[in-house]
Design a protein around this ligand. Structure first.
Ligand code: HEC
Ligand code: HEC
Ligand code: HEC
Ligand code: HEC
Ligand code: HEC
Length: 223
């Protein structure tokens, strides 16, 4: 008896048998497909998680390191540099003039950062082009007074612990939008552990809803 006959016999007697012999071939294809899918998935997942953010953001260094902890203890408080003007607007990053209360063309110490500061900016009378981590798009209106005076919020809530830091972290710029990474946040899955991790429209609106009962009208944040 030949094998063919055997097979046909199987076929005729048992339907399931036919299923088995053909399925094993399909299973192999399916198995390879699953492996291929998993490998492709892992490759995409890893590049999406680790490579893409690296490519999406370019790192820029501040002009030189600024030691916040040292300066806050020297100056006494944050307001020595970050204050409200008489019209209620916020001074933001300090101008060179406020550094000159203490610094002159004679360096106070011996660090390389101070040498760059003195030679490039103090001597030349040039403003320091600080990169602003929290910079919002131009279309966004933000008022510090509404938050820190009226709502009595702490700087840390939106900015994190920069005021206590001793080194300036790199500024990361989104290559597509040109915006700071602090807007979209570090975590590409959108997970937010701290209130200062991200500051997108939804983050502003979420807190407004929570604290004022209303997320705000478009014209309050876009003028
Ligand atoms: C209240 C006085 C005061 C003011 C205002 C001030 N500094 Fe300083 N700064 C100091 C002192 C004191 C040191 C420490 C010098 C040392 O012993 O190394 C210092 C050190 C530095 C250093 C070197 C620190 C390091 O560790 O490398 C830099 C850079 C610097 N200041 C930049 C600035 C800039 C920029 C401003 C303005 C935004 C400014 N400082 C405003 C007092 C001041
Ligand atoms: C001697 C001046 C000085 C003092 C005092 C000072 N700062 Fe600053 N601050 C600066 C300078 C200069 C920058 C810009 C460089 C940088 O980002 O580190 C800055 C930047 C910042 C920023 C970053 C804004 C952004 O998004 O880029 C925050 C937030 C801030 N300071 C908070 C504080 C707090 C909070 C304190 C008090 C605990 C404080 N600073 C005390 C000079 C000062
Ligand atoms: C409700 C959130 C919030 C709080 C609270 C807050 N900030 Fe800001 N801060 C922002 C945003 C948003 C920006 C960017 C504004 C923009 O781009 O128009 C900013 C910008 C800044 C800048 C850079 C401004 C510039 O243009 O040079 C400094 C410096 C700063 N904040 C310091 C502080 C300090 C100091 C405190 C505490 C007294 C504080 N902020 C509290 C949200 C906040
Ligand atoms: C953690 C909470 C919180 C976050 C984050 C926050 N806000 Fe607010 N904001 C408030 C509170 C509370 C008020 C109300 C202050 C008051 O009038 O008493 C307010 C008020 C304002 C006002 C004034 C509204 C008006 O017309 O009186 C503007 C504008 C504003 N926020 C813009 C923003 C923007 C833009 C962002 C995001 C970049 C933001 N806020 C993030 C809490 C927050
Ligand atoms: C609480 C403040 C707040 C309110 C209210 C708000 N926005 Fe925004 N909006 C922002 C902030 C902050 C950004 C920038 C960050 C981002 O893109 O998420 C933004 C970004 C945008 C952008 C993208 C612009 C760009 O350059 O990326 C559009 C479009 C926009 N908002 C439309 C609206 C409209 C329409 C409304 C009313 C339904 C509204 N917004 C209400 C804060 C607000």
């Amino acid at each position: 008896m030949s094998a063919i006959e055997n097979k046909s016999e199987n076929r005729s007697t048992e339907n399931a048998g036919e299923g088995v012999s053909e399925d094993t071939r399909d299973d192999k294809g399916l198995g390879l497909g699953v492996i291929f899918f998993l490998v492709a998935f892992v490759v995409c997942f890893l590049s999406g998680t680790f490579l893409f953010p690296k490519l999406l953001y370019s790192k820029k260094e501040q002009p030189f390191n600024f030691d916040h902890a040292l300066h806050t203890s020297e100056a006494g408080d944050c307001e020595a540099c970050h204050y409200y003007r008489e019209d209620g607007t916020y001074s933001g990053n300090p101008k060179l003039a406020s550094c000159l209360d203490c610094h002159s063309e004679e360096p106070l110490g011996e660090t390389e950062d101070e040498a760059i500061f003195v030679e490039e900016y103090v001597v030349k009378g040039k403003e320091i082009p600080w990169l602003v981590y929290s910079r919002q798009p131009d279309c966004v209106f933000f008022s510090h007074a509404a938050h820190t005076i009226k709502a009595k919020m702490d700087c840390v809530e939106c900015h994190g612990h920069i005021g206590e830091s001793t080194v300036s972290r790199p500024y990361e710029e989104n290559r597509l939008t040109g915006y700071s990474r602090d807007i979209w946040g570090k975590n590409i899955f959108g997970i937010k552990k701290n209130s200062w991790d991200r500051m997108k429209m939804d983050d502003c609106a979420e807190c407004h809803k929570e604290r004022t009962g209303h997320q705000g009208y478009c014209f309050q944040c876009h003028k």
